[in-house]
Design a protein around this ligand. Structure first.
Ligand code: 48F
Length: 262
């Protein structure tokens, strides 16, 4: 049988539009497909929720791809090994309490885990705004093609209704910054706004994540480095246990909120 280019085009267009339509009304929208966002998406989708991940870049994985200074290795602490096991990511012991994994394998398996659990990843899409409703809660995301943003084209975005939103945008904490900027007098983050992250201190940053991963505004949970950036936690460099655990915690918080509303 021959190959027909129009059939190939139709297959791609039809299936993508079906998915895009299906995900205009979701349980949770995860912004950012770095490690914390992917883990969060995978566990929520596994629990049966309709989950979409919006990633600005062509590639998923955020800051995990590049390992440490482009050496494609990451360090993971013992406390997060069960998450590596869940995703089938291999690791080896390096020193007591320190484990090593290949960053390319880790990203590939986190993404595969999220997708095969049922989450839909929309790459090349940037979240440029949120929807806030009368009850002063985040009620959705406003998205556009990253190419539109990069080219500075004047093209209006489209909106996605989401019961919960997760800011997993890393150091930028970009969703939280949008809420801070646009919701006048919202008292965002207990009135402090986005504090910004502090300098490198892996241990302190890791400890803070347990407290900084939280619902910072009604309907908006923050995870990963974005969580520390919002609350003034330290950056941590290429040690990823905290990011993975924070993604798990965010998934639990979102699950709890969604179940309350059922
Ligand atoms: O930065 P990123 O990997 O966030 P993370 O999950 O992990 C942080 C670590 O990679 C590392 C670290 C470990 O100690 O410090 O930095 O917290 O992934 C964030 C993703 O969000 C995307 C961005 O392209 C990246 O892939 N992103 C950021 N802003 C937007 C966005 C936006 N407005 N819309 C869509 N995607």
């Amino acid at each position: 049988m021959g190959l027909d280019e129009v059939t190939i085009s139709k297959a791609i267009i039809e299936d993508f539009y079906r998915a895009f339509l299906e995900y205009t009304d979701i349980d949770a929208g995860i912004v950012g497909a770095g490690p914390s966002g992917l883990v969060c998406a995978a566990y929520l989708a596994q629990a049966g929720f309709r989950i979409a991940v919006f990633e600005r870049k062509l590639s998923v994985g955020g800051g995990m791809w590049g390992g440490g200074m482009m050496f494609p290795r990451i360090v993971v602490q013992e406390s997060a090994l069960d998450i590596l096991d869940d995703f089938g990511i291999r690791y080896k012991a390096y020193a007591p309490g320190y484990y090593l994994a290949n960053s390319v394998e880790a990203v590939a398996k986190l993404a595969a885990g999220a997708v095969s659990s049922g989450a839909e990843i929309f790459n090349l899409m940037s979240v440029e705004d949120v929807m806030i409703r009368e009850d002063d809660a985040v009620a959705g995301l406003v998205v556009n093609w990253t190419a539109v943003e990069m080219a500075g084209l004047h093209v209006d975005p489209l909106s996605i209704k989401a019961k919960m939103v997760v800011d997993a945008t890393g150091h930028d904490a970009s969703v939280c910054r949008i809420v801070e900027r646009k919701v006048a007098g919202a008292g965002f983050n207990e009135g402090k706004g986005v504090v910004g992250e502090k300098s490198m201190w892996a241990e302190a940053g890791e400890k803070m994540l347990a407290a900084t991963t939280r619902e910072v505004y009604p309907g908006l949970v923050v995870t990963g480095m974005a969580a520390n950036a919002v609350s003034g936690g330290h950056r941590m460099g290429p040690v990823f246990g905290g990011m993975l655990i924070s993604g798990t915690m965010a998934a639990e918080l979102v699950k709890h909120k969604l179940k309350e509303r059922q």
